[in-house]
Design a protein. Structure first.
Length: 258
């Protein structure tokens, strides 16, 4: 069993600023082989935005950009379609499971790695798994046992995601360095999935135009195929004229041409 060497890993459990306040600070600064996922897991398709935070540092359940509003989970990730300012977000839905999926660069051989490591600290559970070329980290948190002062799963995941992408929150920190048996591992892509205690409320409206176009093309192709099939069946089933009728029709045709 090997663990990923992570710098300052213990700080996550004690010295983390809430994700909502971190995102707000970043926005202000900027103005100057895959494992099957749970069916309700979804990605953050919006990225960084200027969030509204509670005094505690938590995200407000309703976030807006001008007159456009949406509901978020405790990780600040949009979990509904975007609506006008009349949108009601009755509660801040809790994110109970975050899946961080890292893809390493192509290699001649898989990593010599068996990452199945369960770590427990109060209510935070970490599970590492390797399936070439994916390193998957599951973070789960038992909400019923989480105390008011405990670090939230969303904050831990955000620090880790920033480190992996080389965008560390800490000044002059290049980010996390992953190595196995002293061999550096180059990470090419990182995707984060969120699973909430209540399923998200997306509709067809949330699909991108490209996806909708593909769906329309497929439906048109299916309808066209059905029409062709029905027409072909009618032609094959039509009765042929009797030989006598054919002969009479030929004679009438010759008479007209005489």
């Amino acid at each position: 069993m090997r663990a990923l060497p992570m710098h300052n890993a213990t700080f996550w459990l004690f010295l983390v600023t809430s994700k909502c306040l971190l995102m707000k600070a970043e926005v202000m600064g900027s103005k100057s082989g895959r494992r099957e996922k749970p069916k309700d897991a979804f990605e953050d398709t919006d990225g960084l935005y200027d969030p509204e935070c509670e005094n505690s540092g938590a995200f407000k359940a309703k976030q807006c950009n001008g007159t456009t509003c949406w509901c978020v989970n405790t990780a600040g990730v949009r979990r509904t379609d975007k609506h006008d300012a009349d949108l009601k977000c009755n509660q801040l839905v809790r994110t109970m499971w975050i899946i961080i999926e890292m893809r390493h660069a192509e290699r001649n051989a898989p990593l010599n790695l068996d990452l199945k490591y369960l770590f427990l600290n109060t209510t935070l559970f970490f599970f590492f798994q390797y399936e070439n070329p994916l390193i998957t980290i599951d973070l789960k948190q038992n909400a019923s046992q989480k105390l008011a002062g405990d670090v939230d799963i969303a904050d831990v995941a955000y620090y880790f995601e920033k480190d992996v992408k080389g965008q560390s929150i800490f000044h002059n920190d290049a980010g996390i360095n992953v190595s196995i048996d002293n061999e550096p591992v180059k990470l090419e892509k990182t995707v984060v999935y969120y699973v909430d205690e209540i399923a998200p409320e997306f509709s067809m409206k949330s699909l991108t135009p490209g996806v909708i176009a593909v769906i329309v093309v497929v439906l048109v192709a299916i309808v066209a195929a059905i029409v062709v099939l029905v027409s072909s069946s009618k032609i094959l089933m039509s009765p042929l004229p009797p030989p006598l009728q054919v002969k009479e029709m030929n004679e009438m045709h010759r008479g007209l041409n005489a």
